[in-house]
Design a protein around this ligand. Structure first.
Ligand SMILES: [Zn+2]
Length: 475
């Protein structure tokens, strides 16, 4: 059986066939970096991580792009409250986001484009829409002309009259149509702005994602993912902009992750009702948080509460105990071994059920069910006088490790290392960069180059930018 994905656009399960069999392209809407991410944001990020891990497990190459919205009203307002620049706040919160994601065992995307680094691409896209008569300029702001896109509303399944009623809530008299939305906002005093053909200003949120997705993944992408709160208007508007500009399908599969709830109501910043991911990670191990977040299918509601987390803790303990007991049987497993014993049969069933669950719209809840059914079977075999042989236990061990690594709930993960060590390492690299910066200011190029070269030998690559040196670990 092939893979199926529930496409929010058609509102049904569809066979998953990537446009290019060589590489699946995924775009996931990332955070607006003005604060730490909460558990609801983490659910969306984790689901994307697991989609990617599973596609890789199935043998696909995947290119994942997750953007960072680093210019927005929320950032500007928060920065003003804190008395720092919007840029400084966005930089700090970007770093916090990467740190939190890493703590959750989320593998970094292939590209994390930042909005402020793609202003020329956004201006080009807006210009294309203006040239096509699909946009208009008023007082230095550029608006998208919704009535030029006949399919507007196809994702959210809203009829024009519903859209009009909704849009009237915030009336901007200057717009031709209440549904029109801004792609370029004319600069206001004391706000960050960039030059454009329409005067200085900044991009609207929707145009950012259209421009960055198309720049890094092309006109048509396979999977576009995001939280369900982004379906309208954000994703509807992304489609309108991109498809009118290119004439091509923008995203072939739209996936939306359901809200996380807390005590029955939606977890969200605007509701003042949230648990920060970093606070949750201070209280529970990574694997417990991951287990909890995928214990329901991503389209189903999930409630954050003590009881659920305690359940996840118990489940992880059972899994770890089982794997610890099996460890001594670890070793190469021959693929051709015939399945003769009950445990060997249970292993085959688990693998088949796991694949079927994940193939059916990434049903992690059922996939976990399959894993824990095998855990019970192993425990029965280990404690009873069953006649199970070493190869059966070795097969069970290997199958459990493989599937748990897809979900990131057990096992050495190359992307993950001890948090304290990582923090310590980051501090040391920053210290070296500071010393190097001092050397550069003294024009002591010898010391500066030595630090750069020696770090390079340790697979730490330094890049000098206008904002100072950045670094990353290279394989
Ligand atoms: Zn987006």
């Amino acid at each position: 059986m092939g893979m199926k994905i529930y496409n929010s656009l058609s509102r049904q399960l569809e066979d998953f066939v990537p446009l290019n069999p060589e590489q699946v392209s995924i775009y996931s809407c990332g955070p607006t970096v003005y604060d730490y991410i909460h558990m609801g944001n983490a659910r969306t990020a984790l689901v994307t991580d697991i989609i990617r891990r599973y596609l890789v497990y199935k043998g696909y190459n995947v290119k994942l792009v997750q953007n960072l919205t680093d210019i927005d009203d929320k950032i500007i307002n928060r920065a003003a409250e804190l008395g720092v620049s919007a840029k400084q706040l966005a930089c700090e919160k970007c770093e916090d986001f990467f740190q939190d994601s890493q703590r959750l065992g989320i593998q970094p995307a292939d590209v994390h484009p930042k909005a402020t680094e793609h202003i020329p691409e956004m201006i080009d896209l807006i210009q294309t829409l203006l040239d096509k008569g699909a946009a208009y300029v008023i007082d230095g702001s550029v608006y998208y002309r919704v009535n030029q896109f006949a399919e507007y509303g196809k994702l959210s399944n809203r009829k024009p009259e519903d859209l009009l009623a909704g849009a009237r809530v915030e009336v901007d008299e200057r717009k031709e149509d209440p549904r029109d939305f801004d792609m370029w906002k004319a600069a206001k005093p004391d706000e960050p702005s960039w030059e454009s053909p329409w005067g200085s200003g900044r991009p609207g949120w929707h145009i950012e994602c259209s421009a960055m997705a198309m720049k890094h993944l092309g006109e048509t992408i396979d999977i576009h993912a995001g939280g369900e709160d982004l379906l309208f208007p954000h994703h509807e508007n992304e489609i309108a902009q991109s498809e009118l500009a290119t004439g091509a399908t923008f995203a072939r599969y739209w996936m939306h992750v359901a809200f996380l709830k807390i005590d029955g109501t939606r977890m969200g910043k605007s509701e003042q009702n949230f648990i920060l991911l970093r606070d949750a990670l201070d209280n529970y191990p990574t694997e417990v948080i991951r287990h909890f977040l995928i214990s329901a299918h991503y389209r189903h509601p999930l409630d954050y509460n003590q009881e659920s987390l305690t359940k996840s803790e118990g489940a992880l303990r059972r899994l770890n105990n089982c794997l610890d007991a099996l460890k001594k049987y670890a070793g190469p497993v021959e693929a051709s071994q015939t399945t003769t014993t009950p445990l060997q049969q249970a292993v085959q069933e688990m693998k088949a059920q796991f694949t079927q669950a994940m193939d059916t719209d990434f049903n992690t809840a059922q996939a976990l069910g399959a894993i824990f059914t095998l855990v019970s079977a192993v425990n029965r075999s280990l404690t009873s006088d069953s006649e199970e042989t070493d190869p059966a236990f070795a097969q069970a061990y290997q199958a459990l490790i493989e599937t748990c690594q897809v979900l990131g709930i057990y096992g050495p993960d190359p992307q993950k290392s001890d948090d304290n060590n990582v923090e310590q390492r980051d501090r040391l690299v920053h210290l070296l960069l500071e010393i190097r910066q001092d050397a550069r200011e003294r024009k002591d190029w010898e010391t500066s180059d030595k630090i750069r070269d020696r770090l390079q030998e340790l697979n730490i690559e330094i890049k000098d930018t206008r904002e100072g040196a950045t670094w990353k670990i290279v394989p």
